[in-house]
Design a protein around this ligand. Structure first.
Ligand SMILES: *Cc1c(COP(=O)(O)O)cnc(C)c1O
Length: 343
């Protein structure tokens, strides 16, 4: 199956002459820079590298993926939004996702005036292939969003390979929680599937949510369209510096240790939750959060808030369910103590 990425791209993006920044036209490090109307005084006076080459170089070495297969966004939310802007003709094209899932696919679809097809996950929060199959032939279906491990359910999604083998549009796999999961990342399959975008983020396992940097791994062709469409200086120098500092061997070991600690805390938290009568069900999780079903989610959520413990009330999406992020040992203890006091 040969997929022509250009055929999937919107005509205006295909023909777009991108903004050419001063930093595009001259790339050297040394010189007297009188080309960008910057102020010669100050410390943050220069525009940042528009393509964040030093970060990509490091990510390339760490992940054994060419820098040409990497895009960096202002959070993965920008990576998601750009997918709409590159591939979806407003008022014409469609995207598909499996709910309940991350809310940004729908918000981005609405902002870009693109129809979103929402297929329900089954009782185990897995894709129902039989109801999905008819959509494989929809000419206007441009992107399928799959979040795995899925937010807010926590489980890894099965049968993704089937979709990769059978869909000719773009498959966007959101792996925001992959570092907590025993499953292997799909980023190693971008060579096999030129229509695959795998997004990851520095916001969760890396502990850098305030820095706002997300990653996309994809074929060189897709990455080129991302670079062409993005705002020229989408990642500030301050944010680039933070990520560069984080990408060293010692810090990577610290991040791995934190992940182990969080996963161990998750195990303890699940044990404690199991002993509580008001917890009706604990759903399996490959992420750093747990979805639980309780007797009366609205009430329990409110009681927790009164005690200054904030969880995510998902009652409107999955009846009587709360999503609980695994916190520090002290925070988790406080959650359990508070839940006990509610009984
Ligand atoms: C938290 C989260 C993200 C992260 O978004 P950023 O913009 O990178 O902070 C992406 N996808 C999902 C499913 C998430 O839960």
């Amino acid at each position: 199956m040969k997929i022509d990425i250009q055929k999937l791209v919107r005509k205006n993006i295909l023909n777009l002459k991108p903004y050419s920044s001063a930093r595009d036209e001259f790339e050297g490090e040394n010189g007297i820079f009188l080309d960008a109307n910057e102020n010669p005084f100050g410390v943050l006076n220069r525009y940042p590298d528009p393509y964040q080459k030093r970060i990509k170089q490091k990510l390339s070495v760490i992940n054994q993926i060419s820098a040409d297969n990497i895009f960096l966004g202002n959070g993965s939310d920008e990576v998601i939004d750009l997918a709409f802007r590159i591939f979806c003709e407003p008022g014409e094209d469609k995207v598909l996702t499996f709910s309940p899932t991350y809310g940004m696919y729908e918000v981005s679809a609405n902002i870009n005036d693109v129809e979103l097809i929402n297929l329900d996950l089954n009782n185990n929060f897995q894709i129902n292939l039989e109801t999905f199959k008819p959509y494989l032939n929809d000419e206007n279906l441009k992107i399928i969003f799959i979040c795995s491990p899925n937010n807010p359910t926590g489980n890894s999604i099965q049968n993704i390979e089937y979709i990769l083998e059978n869909f000719n549009g773009i498959i966007f796999i959101d792996e925001a929680y992959i570092d907590f999961s025993p499953e292997e990342s799909f980023k190693n399959k971008i060579k096999k599937y030129p229509n695959l975008i795998v997004s990851q983020t520095f916001s969760k396992a890396w502990g850098m949510a305030s820095v706002r940097v997300g990653i996309a791994y994809a074929s060189e062709e897709i990455i080129k369209f991302y670079n062409k469409t993005k705002p020229p200086y989408n990642i500030s120098q301050l944010n680039q510096n933070e990520v560069l500092n984080a990408l060293n061997d010692e810090n990577i070991r610290l991040v791995q240790d934190d992940i182990k600690l969080i996963l161990n805390e998750k195990k303890l938290l699940i044990q404690s939750l199991k002993e509580l009568k008001l917890v009706k069900k604990i759903f399996p999780s490959d992420a750093n959060f747990i979805l639980i079903e309780v007797e009366n989610a609205d009430l329990i959520y409110q009681k927790l808030v009164e005690e200054n413990v904030i969880v995510r009330n998902r009652n409107s999406v999955i009846k009587n369910c709360l999503r609980v992020t695994v916190g520090s040992p002290e925070e988790n203890l406080k959650l359990i103590e508070t839940l006990k006091s509610i009984i």
